[in-house]
Design a protein around this ligand. Structure first.
Ligand code: C2E
Ligand code: MG
Ligand code: MG
Length: 532
């Protein structure tokens, strides 16, 4: 291992003697096998000290303020390589170069960099610039303006080593990176442990939301690559596919491989600006939190077998009730709360949303548990809309209404009606209810079925006199009964021949009063008069 002094003493001559060479580590699309480009990594093969790792000399050169010299040297080699590819008609794949914190702090660095590119006539679309998260933290304003300058010139900017610092998410909010590079070494036990896996998939998910392609680097095993693919990260750099290789070898690879490009891994509907949606002070968040009803954002995998709740607003929390917090709700796995039928209904609705791309509604019963209320059955009406799609998942916007009490009232009513119906059948009776204030009559099921009456008769008893159910010669007598009932008569009864066949029925009324003694309703019954 070389020390600081040896590096500083040897550096100048090393550049002159071209002891530095540029290696390329290819990057692939794990789903298609296509090559999507490479990262340029510098190597120092010193006749005096042998092979020196960049992990040793890059930080030292940064400290000495010499790294811009090296990086411009590397950039020159990369442009030279790309120019040769262009001239020889080779397949073109973009190359990323590393940029240090010190490069940014060096005032004319970007101008010098771009002058080199222009000298070779290489288009900026073939070059990505990588900046590490830690470099981005220092002096945010300088970084923001450097990235703006790179963008104005047409370069794509990648955030290198995402996850290595403590404020990765904050940086994403402030700085417009175009690609995220996720280094597996910074997510300890990322794959294989539940926690690590969740962190990784959340990061990929968030990046998808921000429409950022994600490259995972440091991928060494097939398991890692397959896991990454399963969470929607297809782009891979690592020993699994290839170590960094010399230009001559990379050139061979370029001739034999199909070349692909990097694209964002989720298409979000245009009306949503995902970046602003996750920003707590944006107008989108304001609307989501305060102006829409009870709403949630969920992510569903492509075979609809798993659902994650990503975000809910306060109204959603209140609508579900049961003293649940936003966090409680987000940790719920929706399918686990749905009973057999409801689960099928919900899944079928999701499938329909995906196939029709239109809003769909469903009502489902859920078993929701909370510390204070135990487990309760809650009926939820959901309206579901598609807002984004990726290869592995879909994002959906869900509005809910808790219709439990509505449903229970409805169920109680149905149950009561059924009991009533059974009782009426048993008693061989015709029954009805007369509302005094409105002169409305509601007949029982048997009346409806056997006498063909509608469920509600207004201006009672006139329509039934007209229809002949009450014979004309009894009409005035019956009208008089009703008048007396309207005036508060407690009960009345008598035999009336009903229908055109004049079948004798024993008709009886009992009146119901309110608390101050006004007549409210009268209950009528009719039983067939059987000759003894
Ligand atoms: P980096 O930019 O994050 O580069 C990725 C490093 O991970 C490279 O190390 C690469 O060889 C290594 N790597 C790639 N795949 C795997 C894998 O599957 N497993 C493991 N364990 N490692 C893998 P390298 O080449 O030693 O470079 C180390 C760091 O030095 C780079 O990290 C970068 O920050 C810096 N560096 C390299 N070249 C340059 C350069 O030209 N300019 C500047 N400023 N920094 C450079
Ligand atoms: Mg890098
Ligand atoms: Mg890296």
């Amino acid at each position: 291992m070389v020390n600081f002094r040896q590096i500083s003493e040897s550096f100048e001559t090393a550049v002159e003697n071209r002891e530095f060479s540029v290696y390329f580590q290819p990057q692939f699309n794990h789903s298609t096998g296509a090559l999507i480009g490479a990262e340029a990594l510098v190597r120092w093969i010193s006749p005096k000290h042998g092979f020196i790792s960049p992990a040793d000399f890059v930080p030292a050169l940064e400290e000495m303020g010499l790294i811009p010299v090296l990086d411009l040297y590397v950039f020159d080699c990369v442009c030279d390589f790309l120019k040769k590819c262009i001239d020889s008609g080779k397949a073109l794949a973009r190359i990323s170069v590393n940029m240090s914190r010190n490069d940014i702090l060096c005032e004319d660095y970007i101008d010098r960099l771009d002058a080199i590119r222009q000298k070779y006539g290489v288009p900026t679309r073939l070059i990505h610039v990588e900046l590490t998260e830690t470099a981005a933290v220092s002096g945010a304003n300088v970084v923001v303006s450097a990235i703006k300058k790179l963008h104005d010139l047409g370069y794509t900017v990648e955030m290198d080593d995402f996850g290595s610092g403590y404020s990765s998410l904050n940086i994403l909010k402030d700085i417009e990176f175009d690609v995220l590079k996720l280094d597996l070494k910074f997510i300890e036990g990322a794959i294989g442990s539940e926690r690590g896996g969740t962190i990784l998939s959340s990061v990929v998910r968030m990046a998808k939301w921000l429409k950022l392609p994600v490259i995972a680097e440091g991928v060494e095993t097939v398991e890692q690559a397959d896991f990454l693919k399963s969470v929607g990260c297809d782009y891979i750099q690592g020993f699994l596919y290839s170590k960094p290789i010399p230009a001559t070898e990379y050139e061979k690879l370029l001739s034999g491989k199909s070349i692909g490009t990097m694209v964002p891994q989720m298409n979000i509907d245009q009306f949503i600006d995902a970046g602003r949606f996750w920003n707590p002070t944006s107008i989108e968040t304001l609307i989501f939190s305060n102006f829409v009803g009870a709403a949630a954002i969920i992510e569903v995998n492509n075979d609809f077998s798993s659902i994650d709740i990503l975000r809910v607003n306060q109204k959603y929390v209140r609508e579900l009730g049961m003293n649940l917090s936003e966090r409680d709700i987000i940790s719920i796995k929706p399918y686990d709360t749905l009973d057999g039928d409801s689960k099928e209904i919900y899944k079928a609705t999701l499938e329909k949303v995906a196939s029709t791309r239109e809003e769909q509604e469903c009502e489902t019963w859920r078993n929701i548990s909370s510390d204070c209320c135990g487990t309760e059955k809650v009926c939820v009406r959901s309206s579901i809309q598609l807002i984004g799609e990726s290869k592995v998942s879909r994002l959906l916007y869900v509005m809910i209404r808790n219709i439990t009490s509505e449903k229970q009232t409805q169920q109680d009513f149905v149950r009561r009606e059924e009991n009533f119906k059974a009782a009426v059948e048993q008693a061989n009776m015709f029954l009805w209810e007369y509302t005094i204030a409105t002169k409305e009559m509601r007949p029982c099921f048997r009346c409806q079925r056997e006498l063909g009456l509608p469920p509600l008769i207004r201006n009672y008893p006139e329509p039934l006199i007209e229809s002949g159910l009450f014979p004309a010669d009894y009409a005035d007598m019956y009208r008089d009964w009703m008048r007396q009932i309207d005036n508060g008569l407690k009960s009345i009864e008598g035999v009336i021949p009903l229908t055109a066949s004049r079948i004798p029925f024993h008709v009886r009324y009992t009146t119901e009063y309110d608390e101050i003694g006004r007549p409210v309703k009268a209950y009528g019954s009719a039983t067939l008069v059987v000759d003894k």
